[in-house]
Design a protein around this ligand. Structure first.
Ligand code: GLT
Ligand code: MN
Ligand code: MN
Length: 390
């Protein structure tokens, strides 16, 4: 096994990506104006490439203003493509901004106004074309405005049907154009809406199976969004992996019970994110590791790049800890002890015979209940490992 790089410096092989909207976040919040100047997408591409990132992701309007003419659009896109070619950075994922413009104040694909729904669909067709032109293979849908504050005003079943119609239309478009694009649906429980439809990754995993082309559609779980809902991100991602639906992932951090903070990866939940990195690495997930986070509002323009470096460094440190976990003899022997069964397990498949034999088997409940589970020792070893004293 090659010796690990102790410097934790990323390379494109790590597949780290950032959004134009993440490192480009100017520090605006609901109570305050921007604290940093807007960054040119071309400069972002150069800086990210210099730091060892693999790719850059974007919403249509992160690059092309919503009111740009066709020729303005083409000029912007060709300058951007030149920067990608110069640096070797790729665009693995693209998405649509269906939340900033006032037209989407009451939803996009689920808006009560049919003309708004049509506009949202048209905007997405153009944005898909843009993403494909830039080489994207994954297309994310985050329905930030698809929700409600006033449930009296809307039928939530109708909203689900409308969202399904939009997804079916767009899948058909991708097939018709022969684009090699897969969709990844991103859940969030609330903010900016009082409640957002499809609040969790699990909700989307159920919904996907009701689509015309479920094989084209997966999920894009975000750490902060599952933590906002009080859920375990590792378990949500495990369900997506088991279903073959982890098409993308948004890595960041979040204090539980707060607004969506989009904090630097690993700035809060070291243990939970250690297990997330372990899951991603052990499962063989080979998609992008996208950091959907932004620097503190108090950070300087130059400090944004410390933020960018920090996300990648922490991922690599945790990945190294995963390796050590696997090589740690004491941890592994505890795991072996924990995973040793007290007797034969249940039948792996049903047959009359296996059922009858199970029915007639006798179990000593006291023996089963007395098996030791040294979780205190195991968890402390993990804490020691993460705190660097092991
Ligand atoms: C927005 C949101 C993110 C989504 C982005 C994709 S935009 O910043 O908070 O979680 O992933 O639309
Ligand atoms: Mn996200
Ligand atoms: Mn978020």
């Amino acid at each position: 096994m090659p010796s690990p790089d102790p410097t934790y410096v990323p390379t494109p092989a790590d597949k780290f990506t950032f959004g134009l909207w993440t490192v480009g976040n100017p520090g605006r919040d609901p109570f305050g104006e921007p604290t940093r100047p807007r960054l040119d997408p071309v400069d972002i591409v150069r800086r990210l490439a210099g730091l060892g990132a693999w790719g850059v992701n974007l919403h249509d309007n992160d690059l092309v203003p919503i009111d740009a003419t066709a020729s303005e659009r083409d000029a912007i896109v060709s300058t951007f493509r030149a920067a990608l070619a110069e640096t070797g950075l790729c665009v693995p994922m693209a998405t649509t901004n269906l939340f900033s413009d006032p037209v989407f104040r009451d939803g996009a694909f689920t808006a009560p106004d049919a003309a708004v729904r049509a506009y949202a669909l048209q905007k997405t067709l153009h944005a898909i074309d843009l993403g494909v032109e830039l080489g994207a293979s994954t297309y994310v849908f985050w329905g930030g405005r698809e929700g409600a504050e006033v449930d009296a005003a809307k039928d939530p079943i109708e909203a689900i049907k409308r969202f399904r119609e939009a997804m079916n239309f767009l899948c058909a478009y991708v097939k018709d154009q022969r684009y090699g694009l897969r969709f990844a649906l991103e859940a969030k429980p609330n903010e900016p809406r009082g409640d957002i439809y499809f609040p969790t990754t699990g909700a989307y995993l159920g919904f996907i199976e009701t689509l015309d082309h479920p094989e084209m559609v997966g999920v894009n779980p975000e750490v902060a969004h599952e933590h906002m809902a009080g859920l375990n991100i590792c378990h949500a991602v495990a369900q997506a992996l088991d279903a073959g639906k982890l098409f993308h992932i948004d890595l960041n951090d979040q204090k539980a019970g707060r607004f969506d903070q989009d904090l630097r990866f690993g700035s809060e939940s070291i243990k939970a994110l250690f297990f997330l990195v372990k899951l991603l690495e052990d499962s063989g997930y080979d998609g992008p590791r996208h950091f959907d986070a932004h620097a503190y509002r108090s950070e300087s323009p130059e400090g944004v790049w410390d933020f960018a470096r920090g996300n990648m460094r922490t991922y690599l440190i945790l990945k190294d800890k995963v390796r050590r976990f696997g090589e740690d003899a004491e941890i592994q022997s505890l795991l072996e002890e924990i995973h040793t069964s007290s007797g034969e397990g249940p039948p792996t498949s049903y047959s009359r015979a296996s059922m009858e034999s199970l029915k007639s088997r006798t179990f000593d409940r006291q023996v089963l209940a007395a098996k030791t589970l040294p979780y205190e020792r195991l968890d402390q070893l993990v804490v020691d490992l993460l705190l660097g004293v092991r």
